[in-house]
Design a protein around this ligand. Structure first.
Ligand code: ADP
Length: 467
């Protein structure tokens, strides 16, 4: 049941008022039903008193005799009577003869009744009846009514207390206990324990608050975890940068020392030494360049300056250049004879970087006879560029990580010409900045296919082509 805390509080408040009243009314009702059926008992008493006084009226001048005459009646009802004239002159008062007014009643009106008796045509007396005890009939009835009234009030009061106790327990269970848990959880969080979920199933305000609290705790936990990963990757970064820079540097140092110490005996050896030094410096340069670019992608500051480009002209020029360069290394690069002259919006320099990175990787991780095929197609409003190699392929367990910075797959890979592990993360950054996407399909020992997409634009008004 989804009941809000507000509703429950209102219900608690109302029921605390209403239920005791109902219980009191019910008790009164049931009590009233139990009331002895003595409605006419008082009438009977009054009739008896009137009759007796009229009958014994003659004896009135002598009070003693009159008292004796009416004593059985007084005994029967355990009462006293006082007879007055209209002028308030007391004619007779039985209280002079018998103990009077021991009525233990706290409602004084119930102990006296005044009736009128007409002994003769033009005389009217007031007769006051004093009940001596509330235990004798019909005065008992009054006591009964008072008892029922008291019982009703008592029951109402007891129910009120019961309701207060029940609701206090309920509110404490549904509000205070969860609050206590929240307090405990904040204490645990303060101590650094972020694995302390608060269990509360209801979907009321507190439930929603706790849900929010749990989400916040999870966020804090995740961000701590991320922070930790970030710190770890920083440490790894520094370690790997130092390692990557030191390896070529120490070999450059070795060769330079060789030259300095005159180990080189002939021109051919000198040229070889210089070539190694040149290659290592180029490698160092490449590493530093990657690092530099990466640091800019990290803070989203790698400048991307897009311009409208004809895909056909652009890729043909770029691929011809690469084909020429690769031929020197005996690497075969093929690409479509005709590329559709569609419009793309790219940063030509950055896109060249993407292509070079993919092609350099295809060479670096290639087999003995490296063949690279570039295909350019169109699909759902996108240009789809595939770089297919016949190289060593990627281990399936490495595939999900190769676009992650500093991730270098396949431990067996020789480190002498190893990259920085940054190339593909920079490639992905650039492709994403062009609103495209990149993925890889690869099979060990068969080769890899890197596929990236770029949105196509309508020539002239620069709106994207619908998918
Ligand atoms: P690196 O500087 O190490 O080449 P990259 O980010 O360019 O870093 O690539 C990450 C990893 O992905 C490489 O270490 C390599 O294991 C794998 N890889 C990338 N391209 C290819 C490819 N064409 N064939 C096989 N493995 C590749």
């Amino acid at each position: 049941m989804k009941s809000s805390l507000k509703k429950r509080l209102v219900l608690a408040f109302l029921s605390t008022i209403i239920v005791p009243i109902l219980v009191a009314i019910l008790t009164l009702y049931l009590g009233a039903n139990q009331l002895p059926n003595e409605d006419d008992q008082l009438d009977q008493l009054f009739t008896d008193v009137k009759k007796e006084i009229r009958m014994k009226e003659d004896e009135l001048p002598n009070s003693d005799v009159f008292y004796k005459e009416i004593k059985p009646l007084l005994d029967r009802y355990d009462m006293n009577v006082t007879i007055h004239t209209k002028e308030n002159e007391i004619i007779f008062d039985s209280r002079n003869y018998r103990e009077a007014d021991d009525v233990n009643s706290f409602l004084p009106n119930f102990k006296t009744f005044t009736i009128q008796v007409q002994p003769e045509d033009n005389i009217i007396w007031d007769v006051t009846i004093h009940a001596n005890s509330s235990q004798s009939e019909p005065f008992k009835r009054m006591t009964f009514i008072i008892r029922v009234l008291l019982l009703g009030i008592g029951m109402g009061f007891l129910t009120l207390i019961l309701m207060i106790v029940i609701w206090t327990m309920y509110i404490s269970r549904t509000v205070l206990t969860p609050l206590k848990h929240i307090y405990q959880a904040t204490e645990e969080m303060r101590e650094g324990n972020l694995d302390y979920p608060i269990k509360y199933k209801k979907r009321d305000e507190i439930g929603r608050f706790i849900q929010g609290f749990n989400v916040m705790r999870q966020h804090v936990k995740d961000s701590f975890k991320k922070q930790k990963q970030y710190e770890d990757s920083r440490k790894e970064l520094i370690a790997s940068i130092s390692h990557d820079l030191r390896t070529p540097l120490s070999s450059i140092k070795g060769y330079v020392e060789g030259l300095r110490d005159g180990i080189v005996q002939n021109e051919e050896m000198k040229q070889r030494y210089l070539q190694v030094i040149h290659d290592k410096t180029a490698h160092l340069d490449h590493l530093i360049e990657d690092l530099f670019e990466f640091s800019k992608t990290e803070v989203n500051q790698l400048p991307i300056e897009k311009e409208v480009v004809n895909a056909s002209n652009y890729f043909e020029k770029l691929l011809t250049k690469h084909q020429f360069e690769l031929r020197k290394q005996e690497v075969e690069l093929t690409y479509p004879a005709e590329i559709e002259p569609v419009t793309i919006l790219i940063d030509p320099m950055r896109m060249e970087q993407v292509m070079s990175n993919l092609i350099i990787n295809a060479v670096r991780y290639g087999s003995d006879r490296i063949e690279i095929d570039v295909q350019i197609d169109q699909l759902k409003g996108h240009l789809v560029v595939s770089v297919i190699d016949n190289g060593q392929g990627i281990e399936p367990e490495d595939i999900p990580y190769i676009f992650t910075s500093f991730y270098r797959g396949e431990k067996s890979r020789p480190t002498k010409d190893g990259g920085s592990g940054l190339g593909l993360s920079i490639v992905k950054y650039i492709v994403k900045a062009h609103e495209g996407d990149i993925h890889v399909e690869s099979e060990k020992e068969k080769g890899s296919t890197f596929v990236f997409t770029l949105p196509l634009y309508v020539k002239g008004n620069l709106s994207k082509i619908d998918e």
